[in-house]
Design a protein around this ligand. Structure first.
Ligand SMILES: NC(=O)c1ccc[n+]([C@@H]2O[C@H](COP(=O)([O-])OP(=O)(O)OC[C@H]3O[C@@H](n4cnc5c(N)ncnc54)[C@H](O)[C@@H]3O)[C@@H](O)[C@H]2O)c1
Length: 388
């Protein structure tokens, strides 16, 4: 599609909290977006956000949204267990797709969805929020330009105390989840972001070793009565070997005291080192520090204002700050036909690493990452029944 004057028609499925605080502000702020429709199976939610964000139409069944020819991009902002099916239906309908993470809780189907999008010729983006942090993008450029030299160590954390209180209800646990085994949770919910960030910054992982634990043995779960005795993994630590030879360590935790979103990345190279902290503290969303081989005391670096989406500042709440950037990139990539980044394939690669971390813990040993299927070799993803 040609660029100038074009507006991109968007339809969003799933109009609850995250759509309201992150996705829809992103579309509202982009001058080249036409918010065609929103959709939710709960009509009052759909109508409320249609009014707030001035969507032109409202649907209560995703198939009607997918059949709308004005919708060229479908945004999937529904619970995790629906992500894959809705994304495959959107791909089958010939729409570009932005899907919340994780695309699926196993890598195989996620690779198949990436292959389906490639075969259909549509673009994809996965909601890896923190790639769109201005500090992280500045750090990425330092690595790419060689300012940090050869990368030796990469440390990544995604942790906060969201689920430290056992009465703060946990979401995304299936009612029939087994009670006699550890259920991967923080490594899926937070870890999928974190391994994607580390992989984006330092390249592919080659091997991992890991330990996972349930620290809070009883907690409330959305949709269930009272506290449940259920072994939800609320802390994971992993060691990483990268293909480049660099070393990494990562931690995901639902119970480490600290504020949202609680992402910290430290990169140590032969020429310089940098620390990006994406933790809202005292009204400021993030900070960046740098040290060099001959000036080893870390100093604050001003985040370049040109990296912030128009109309935001470091005082903008983090979901809106990062998602306005993410959506601006996706819309511009489509309208301007520029290279894609942060795709379903990246989502599948991240999931494969998460799966391997979980298996390494279960087997109590180092595991090599399996080879990733290329898009042509991935198994065909069948469109689910009901898709057009
Ligand atoms: N990227 C991030 O940093 C980040 C942060 C928070 C949440 N998330 C993810 O965003 C997604 C949405 O989060 P949330 O907290 O708003 O979830 P939620 O469960 O509160 O809301 C999801 C909405 O989707 C609707 N829905 C479910 N199935 C549907 C269907 N088939 N058709 C139409 N509507 C349907 C539900 O009625 C609900 O209104 C989740 O996957 C969550 O994990 C990502």
């Amino acid at each position: 599609m040609s660029a100038l004057g074009a507006r991109l028609g968007v339809g969003l499925i799933g109009t609850n909290r995250w759509a309201q605080s992150a996705h829809l502000p992103g579309y509202a702020a982009h001058e080249r977006v036409d918010l065609v429709a929103v959709c939710d199976v709960v009509p009052e939610r759909a109508r409320a956000l249609q009014g707030e964000f001035r969507a032109r139409k409202v649907y209560f069944d995703h198939r009607e949204l997918l059949a709308d020819p004005e919708v060229r991009v479908v945004d999937v902002c529904t619970p995790t267990h629906t992500h894959l099916e809705l994304s495959l239906a959107a791909i089958a309908a010939g729409k570009h797709v932005l899907c919340e993470k994780p695309l699926h809780t196993a890598a195989g189907p996620a690779f198949a969805a990436a292959a389906a999008a490639a075969a259909r010729g549509v673009r994809t983006k996965l909601g890896f929020t923190f790639r769109y942090s201005p500090a992280i993008r500045q750090l990425k450029e330092w690595i790419a330009s060689g300012s940090l030299g050869e990368i030796f160590h990469v440390h990544g954390f995604e942790q906060n105390s969201q689920f430290l209180d056992p009465d703060f209800p946990l979401r995304q646990v299936a009612p029939d989840a087994p009670r006699d085994q550890l259920l991967p949770a923080s490594i899926v919910g937070y870890g999928s972001h974190l391994v994607d960030l580390m992989r984006w910054l330092a390249g592919d992982f080659s091997a991992v070793a890991a330990t996972m634990r349930n620290f809070v043995p009883e907690r409330r779960v959305v949709g269930m009565e009272g506290r449940q005795r259920i072994a939800v993994e609320d802390g994971t630590v992993a060691l990483v070997e990268f293909v480049s030879g660099a070393q990494g360590l990562l931690q995901s935790s639902y119970i480490a005291i600290g504020n949202y979103p609680g992402v910290e990345i430290r990169v140590y190279g032969s020429k310089g080192a940098a620390v990006a902290r994406l933790i809202t503290e005292f009204g400021v969303a993030e900070s960046l520090k740098f040290a060099s081989a001959d000036a080893v005391e870390f100093r604050d670096v001003a985040i370049e204002l040109t990296r912030l989406p128009p109309g935001t500042s470091l005082a903008t709440p983090w979901p809106e700050l990062y998602y306005r950037n993410l959506i601006r990139h996706f819309v511009d990539e489509i309208l301007d036909d520029t290279p894609e980044e942060c795709t379903f394939r990246d989502g599948a690669m991240s999931q494969q690493i998460v799966d391997t971390i979980v298996a390494a813990h279960a087997q109590r040993r180092w595991l090599d990452l399996p080879p990733a299927p290329d898009d042509a070799a991935a198994p065909t993803a069948a469109a689910p029944s009901g898709a057009r």
